[in-house]
Design a binder for this molecule. Structure first.
Ligand code: FMN
Ligand code: 7N5
Length: 359
């Protein structure tokens, strides 16, 4: 079985999981799959898109369907891009470079995690300008400043500040079986451990470097460091969307794939209120996207693009660059099909009139 044989993202997930079980320590699968607490939010993310049913229009000449769009001025062949996730080297030897290359070849966009296993410069080269840098803010601001400046120099087009993880969620599968990194896997953006912290697991050590005091005031500091557009990832309410707008930031609706606050609202529930509060700011979304119909719903609710978390990781584990390419291709094909069946030929035609809440 290869990624080409997979007909949908569920089959790619099965293939990716099987490859990971063969090649990686079992703790890696726990890390990728896991959610926080009782994993309610994790489960609900997957089913939440279905609360919106589609109201298709007929007799609309759908002989040509166009999925092209732009995010922050960058043309994308479709509104489907890759969310940041940590440590791609666990899934495939080429790690983040394979994901960046697949996204670039598809005319898509990759968001690189601070916790990458490849350097910013390597990924910058593979991504050919089609990437954003996701920032976890270190307590030591100079470490963050250096990373931001290197990302900008390496061609990153935006800075994505993750705001839903001042502390790491309680992921119990990982407490039972802490993540084991293979020998030789580097985290180039995380400095060497300081004395007294040798016994911490990788994530606990990383957590100890993060700034829990992060607040709206810190955005001013970021503005002083870079003129890249700023995106706040992890916004879930109209109130925070309004604050993001006041601070000139774009908005990424996410509950972190159910890995942070268990019981948090899901994106399809809150997209409408966030978009209404966002004004002229762009709104993106992630969480549980596995079908073109999910993408269609997200856009109808006002998102400009959707981002794939685990789905991209399964593609990577299933077949490196080719696996991620297949993931993006399948989802785009499904989006085209669903648009045609809904009587829509361009993304600008997608709006709330396409949706009805399921009884
Ligand atoms: C294994 C894994 C690692 C992640 N690492 C990061 C990260 O480093 N930074 C970040 O902002 N979000 C991280 N996320 C969250 C994703 O960016 C995204 O919000 C989430 O996975 C979307 O949900 P989905 O997996 O259902 O698509 C991670 C998610 C997973 C599954
Ligand atoms: C401190 C968080 C580590 C990476 C991450 O965001 C995740 O595993 O979800």
């Amino acid at each position: 079985m290869t990624p080409e044989d997979c007909l949908n993202l569920h089959e790619l997930e099965a293939l990716g999981r099987a490859e990971l079980l063969k090649a990686a320590h079992p703790s890696v699968l726990d890390y990728y799959l896991g959610g926080a607490g009782d994993e309610r939010t994790l489960r609900e993310n997957r089913s939440a898109w279905a609360q919106w049913r589609l109201r298709p229009r007929m007799l609309a000449d759908v002989s040509s369907v166009d999925t092209a769009t732009e995010v922050l001025g960058l043309p994308l062949s479709s509104p489907i891009a890759v969310a940041p996730s940590a440590m791609h080297g666990l899934a495939h030897p080429e790690g983040e470079c394979a994901v960046a290359a697949a996204a670039a070849a598809a005319g898509s966009l990759m968001t690189l995690s601070t916790l990458s296993t490849r350097t910013l410069e390597e990924v910058g080269t593979a991504a050919g300008g089609r990437w954003w840098f996701q920032l976890y803010l270190y307590r030591d601001r100079e470490v963050s400043r250096a990373l931001i400046q290197r990302a900008q120099a390496a061609g990153a087009r935006a800075l994505v500040l993750t705001v839903d993880a001042p502390v790491v969620g309680r992921r119990e599968a990982m407490l039972r079986r802490p993540l084991v990194l293979p020998a030789g896997l580097e985290l180039p953006n995380v400095g060497p451990r300081t004395t007294g912290q040798e016994s911490l697991t990788h994530l606990a050590y990383f957590d100890s470097l993060m700034d829990m005091t992060l607040s709206w005031r810190d955005l001013e500091w970021l503005r002083g460091v870079t003129d890249l557009p700023l995106v706040l990832k992890g916004i879930l309410t109209a109130e925070d969307a309004a604050l993001a707008r006041e601070h000139g930031a774009h908005i990424w609706v996410s509950n972190h794939g159910g890995r942070q606050l268990d019981g948090a609202v899901t994106a399809p529930e809150v997209l409408g209120e966030v978009v209404a509060a966002a004004g002229d700011r762009e709104v993106y979304v992630d969480g549980g996207v596995t079908r073109g119909g999910d993408v269609l719903r997200a856009l109808a609710l006002g998102a400009r693009a959707v981002f794939l978390g685990r789905a991209a990781l399964w593609g990577l584990a299933a077949g490196g660059q080719a696996g991620v390419a297949r993931t993006l291709q399948l989802l785009e094909e499904e989006l085209v099909l669903d648009m045609a069946l809904c009587g829509k030929t361009a993304l600008s035609q997608l709006g709330p009139d396409l949706l009805r809440r399921a009884p």
